[in-house]
Design a protein around this ligand. Sequence first.
Ligand SMILES: Cc1cc2nc3c(=O)[nH]c(=O)nc-3n(C[C@H](O)[C@H](O)[C@H](O)COP(=O)(O)OP(=O)(O)OC[C@H]3O[C@@H](n4cnc5c(N)ncnc54)[C@H](O)[C@@H]3O)c2cc1C
Length: 401
Amino acid sequence: MGIKILKDKCTGCKLCIKACPFGAITIKDKLAVIDLDKCTLCSACVDACKLAAIKLDKPTDVSHKLSADELKQYRDIWVFAEQKDSLVQSVVFELLGKGRELADSLGVRLCAVYLGEKVDQQVKELVFRGADLVYVVESAKLAHYLCESYSAVLAELILEYKPEIVLCGATTLGRSLIPRVAAAINTGLTADCTGLEIDREKHLLLQTRPAFGGNIMATIICPQHRPQMATVRHKVMPEAAIDQERQGKVIKKYFAEDKLLSRTKLVNFIREQEPTVNIAEANIIVSGGRGLQGPDNFKILQDLALVLGGAVGASRAAVDSEWIPYSHQVGQTGKTVCPKLYIACGISGQIQHLAGMQSAEIIVAINKDPSAPIFNVATYGIVGDLFEIIPALTAQFKQLI
Ligand SMILES: Cc1cc2nc3c(=O)[nH]c(=O)nc-3n(C[C@H](O)[C@H](O)[C@H](O)COP(=O)(O)OP(=O)(O)OC[C@H]3O[C@@H](n4cnc5c(N)ncnc54)[C@H](O)[C@@H]3O)c2cc1C
């Protein structure tokens, strides 16, 4: 991929300067000059140039389908091992659990890809959780996620080793990284999957995710491009068990410094200050909806969550009303959670909310409307006024715990 000015055609007419949305072009000695640090290869200048003086090499033939022989060159299942502060994130263990099942079904290897520093302990953990092979790129420049360097490295590894499936968590990082990689290597991507299966005969990954506002579950396939890439929601699949006897191979790859450059840099990472735990990791979640009637009333949920050692969640109605920050939202456009106990307070139970919490082990619903749909998924239902029930529960639990 690249862009260049054809000197024999350019007259320095400046049309390209007007067209460039990124201010990447200047004129020097009556010739256009492109600043590659600013250019995104969007091709606006190519379209604007009346003299065909700008040449853009970009894989535009996205319809190119791989032949049967080309498809056969792709093998193995890869899991991108997202790390934070050199600790592999728990979504990776969920993907390794599912990945192991899929790899065994296809008779191929399960591989993990780890970019970062302080690799040794993390690599062991990936093997203990089911990886047969770990590709490692160790560099201080990869210590923290930066989309340009991470996507350049992952795309190059994929082009070299040709995995047939690449999985990554549908986390903030995964949602930024994987689309860039898929576009760079000209393959498809199914984002936000909640289920993965294998069609063994056709070597196809059956990627299931909610569609049309959560009203249907769509199963998506990628028959003629490789690898088949999917991001998968956190907490919808069980974590792989740890087996400390497992042995695996490690392949360390070296990338030149210029491959690891990035136009963005991490300035700081500031943790959200929360009195209770993060909902994505919590075993107990006390969640509130429009029935809470206002932001101050979330205090009664917080009191119950603190007594139970849990987190506070919310419906989108409560988040949209700005009663509680978005990071607490559970559901299709919020977080998917899978706690042991989910207490839904003043939440009606619309399908988009259920999409994010119905795999909780025990669901307790508190609602004054006995016909509220939340009772259809609840293990235990309490019909009544949450303003009476929640403080009473908190008081009882305080005595017990
Ligand atoms: C594309 C799309 C994506 C969406 N994504 C999400 C999402 O991620 N998460 C999400 O939650 N929603 C999402 N929604 C919105 C969803 O459809 C609902 O509008 C929302 O979940 C309703 O929130 P609620 O249950 O808090 O409010 P309501 O539906 O208004 O329910 C409030 C409930 O509180 C009960 N109540 C009232 N007062 C009391 C009381 N004193 N005691 C006990 N019960 C009481 C009522 O009986 C009622 O059942 C999405 C919608 C769309 C279209």
